[in-house]
Each structure stands twice: as C-alpha cells, then as structure tokens.
Design a protein around this ligand. Structure first.
Ligand SMILES: *Cc1c(COP(=O)(O)O)cnc(C)c1O
Length: 426
C-alpha cells in the first residue's frame, strides 16, 4: 500500500468498511439483531463501564451503523460520529449534551422549517431557549451572546433559498464567546462544504437528504470535530463533571477529542433512544458510495435550471448562489467552489396564485416535502414547510408567499427545463 491519503471519492466508497471477517461479504451486511453475546462476565462488565468498546444492544450501537459513522466522520474530517434515527433526533441529542434548563443557544434565522418549529416549541418544554440571529449580519450573533449562551447553530447552505453562510465569521464569534459552533451541513453535504475545515466544532446532518440521496430512508448523524475544550469554566457538566451513570468517570478526561461523540452515544442515544435501524444505515451507506457523482450532477443541473428561470419572463427573481448575479455568489465561490447545491427558490411575478398553479402543472417534478432526492422536487414553502410562521417571519426566512422551492434531481437537465417551460405557460 502506498502512504497516499485516500481522496474523497475513495473514502465515500471504502471508509469504515472491510470485507466481513466471517463470511467474506464485500458489501457491508445488515446486522439485523437487537443484541450481542458477551465473551464472559468480565467482558460484559467492562462494556457496561465504558472500559472497553464493543457491541451491547442496537439502541446504543450496531456494526452496520458503525460503518456509516466511520464513513461520515472521514468525509467530514471529524474524530468520530454517531448515527441516529433522523436529522431532528441528531439536533436533540447534540443540544441535550450542551444545555441545562434555562440555558440559551443562538440559531440562524434561515433554517429548515422543521428546525424552526423544533427550536421554538419543542425545545421550550425542555427549558432550552433559542435566540435568533441573522446569518447575513454577523454582528447580530455577537449581540445575542449572554452568560447563558451554550452553543451557536447555523446551516452551511440554508433552507429554503440556498443562501451561503459565512461559517468562518460565525466560528470567530463562537470562539470569542467560548461556545461550540454547530453546523447543519445537510444541503451541502461534505462533497461541497466541510464545515470543520472552516471552524465548526460539531456537524449534524439529516441523512434523509443528499447523503442517503434516494428518498427512501430517514436518518441523522452527529460528527464531532474533536476541537472544543469542554472542561473550561464548568459550562458543560455533561462532559466535564463526574457522570453518576458511569461510576463517576469524566467523559472529556477519559475520551479526549472524541468525548462529545461518546457523550451523544452513552448519555443521549442510550437514554433518549432515537436509534437508527441497521436497514436504514445500509441504505444510506449505499447512497453515500455515489455521493460525489450525484452531487456534481445535482449542482450542474441546478445551475442550468436557475439560468433558464432567470431568463424567463414569468419569473420575478431567482435565488441561487451559483448565479454570478446572486447576493451570495462570492460566499459560494469561497465555501462551495464545486457547486452551490441543488436547493433554491425563485419567485413568480404572478405571486401566490402563480406559485400554486405552477406546482399543479409540473409533471416531472414531484410536489412533496423533501429535498435531496435523485428525483426533482417542488414545493410552495409559504403554504407548507414554513406555514407555521407569520407573514413577516416567512419573508425573513426566505419563504414569502410568491416563493417556490426546487430541489433539482439527477435527471437530464433538458427534460427538467422543458417541464418548467410548459408549466410556466410560455
Ligand atoms: C430535513 C432536514 C432536517 C431534519 O431532518 P429529518 O431527517 O427529516 O429529521 C434538518 N435540517 C435540514 C437542513 C433538513 O433539510
């Protein structure tokens, strides 16, 4: 073997996987089992006491899921990862390690609609308070910091308009405040942006989207960059203080630069329970093998469709950072030089009614609430994903009444453009 470091496409196919030692199976098997036999009583005791790593019970870990975890950690450049049942579960498990009741976290206002809901309503019942900031105004993050701030949460490419976030600038604010920066990298995938390279401490994903890539499996993952010092100032007791669940061990002291991933597993996943099915892990692993090929095609198609729409008389505006005229184009060139993703919005001169009409006339595009499928998708956010927001908040989050969101698939771009052309009624 040469000592070359493997490239991204090689890692996407191989990282974390080996031929099965028992059967020789080349694809990663689905270890469809709830539990694992211990070697002997001492082995069992050491697994339960965190003195040894190994399989106990699929709620806490599974060999198929472990391959997925190692693969995504390698693609993101992190020290370790933890797969969970959904993107939303990843967000709950991450914040449970960081926040005590009464604490705050700062979140970018431009987020996936479901995350806005989760942060505003569900997290309130845990006593976790979200403070919103504007990702286009870095100073708004600085102003939002208080002694109770425990984390900052942003999306790298933000839903729904595909805007690009200045990760480095916000990581500087996080560093100054002494809190970790969490980046939801779902819309970019590590093929386009690796947030850890730009100062992120934790990366989360909905694996449901581009990583799985085929619209067939829900999943989520947490990647630990291994960069944050959890011991300072007693701010993060889950990581720095003795844990009564595990004979008083301190996770940071014991596990060093992957302590956060361990905390998410042994305190979050073990006790909250949102485990990923090994079957879904297998489906998502298979999807990841072609991530670089799919993602490039998604981006190339999205650029062609955005250019077509920008020249169409029925279209008022196109928000796609891959267009040279776009407000986020410079940030796209810096953070996502291979392509600005495949999710973007545009607005129609005919407003709300034109949006509804377009959605009903499209044939190749599927009208549904998802992104990151091989198939091209369309939705009208104001009446669906962002409908819970009031009108001002809709506009602020990029989901005004005249806005249509597309997630461009990997079909032939000429067919996508022809479908839009007939639906726009030229
Ligand atoms: C879909 C999505 C989520 C939530 O993920 P689920 O797997 O649906 O729970 C979070 N963030 C972004 C950006 C998403 O697109």
């Amino acid at each position: 073997m040469s000592d070359r470091l493997p490239g991204f496409s090689t890692l996407a196919v191989h990282a974390g996987a080996q031929p099965d030692p028992t059967t020789g199976a080349r694809a990663t098997p689905i270890y469809q089992t709830t539990s694992f036999v211990f070697n002997d009583a001492d082995h069992a005791a050491s697994l339960f006491g965190l003195q040894a790593f190994g399989n106990i019970y699929t709620r806490i870990g599974n060999p198929t899921n472990a391959v997925l975890e190692e693969r995504v950690a390698a693609l993101e450049g992190g020290t370790a990862a933890l797969a969970v049942a959904s993107g939303h579960a990843a967000q709950v498990v991450v914040l449970q390690q960081l926040l005590q009741p009464g604490d705050e976290f700062i979140a970018a206002r431009k987020l996936y609609g479901g995350s806005i809901n989760q942060f505003t309503h569900a997290f309130k019942s845990f006593g976790w308070n979200v403070v919103w900031a504007d990702p286009d105004d870095i100073a708004s993050f600085e102003r939002a910091v208080t002694p109770r701030t425990k984390a900052i949460f942003i999306e790298s490419i933000a839903n729904p308009a595909g805007s690009i976030t200045d990760i480095e600038a916000i990581s500087t604010v996080a560093r100054k405040a002494g809190v970790p920066l969490i980046v939801d990298n779902t819309l970019a995938s590590p093929y386009l942006i690796r947030p850890i390279d730009h100062g992120a401490d934790i990366v989360v994903h909905s694996l449901t989207k581009f990583l799985g890539g085929h619209g067939n499996s829900i999943g989520g993952i947490i990647v630990d960059a291994g960069t944050f010092d959890w011991s300072t100032g007693g701010k993060y007791p889950m990581l720095s203080e003795p844990r009564p669940e595990y004979h008083g061990i301190r996770l940071q002291e014991t596990f060093g630069n992957f302590a956060f991933a361990i905390a998410c597993r042994v305190l979050g996943l073990r006790d909250l329970g949102p485990a990923l099915s090994p079957f879904n892990a297998f489906m998502i692993l298979t999807g990841i093998e072609t991530l670089p090929l799919r993602m490039q095609k998604h981006c190339d198609n999205a650029k062609a469709v955005a250019e077509f729409l920008a020249g169409h008389p029925a279209v008022a505006a196109v928000n796609y950072a891959g267009l040279a005229s776009d407000k986020y184009h410079q940030l796209a060139r810096k953070y996502a030089p291979k392509g600005a993703g495949a999710v973007f919005t545009f607005s129609l001169k005919g407003g709300y009614d034109a949006g509804v009409s377009l959605v009903s006339k499209l044939q190749l595009f599927s009208h549904l609430a998802n992104v990151g499928d091989t198939r091209s998708l369309v939705i009208h956010p104001a009446s669906t994903t962002h409908s819970q927001l009031d009108d001002a908040a809709k506009v602020k989050s990029g989901a005004g009444p005249d806005v249509v969101r597309l997630s461009i698939g990997i079909e032939d771009k000429e067919d996508l453009i022809a479908d839009l052309e007939q639906a726009l009624g030229t």
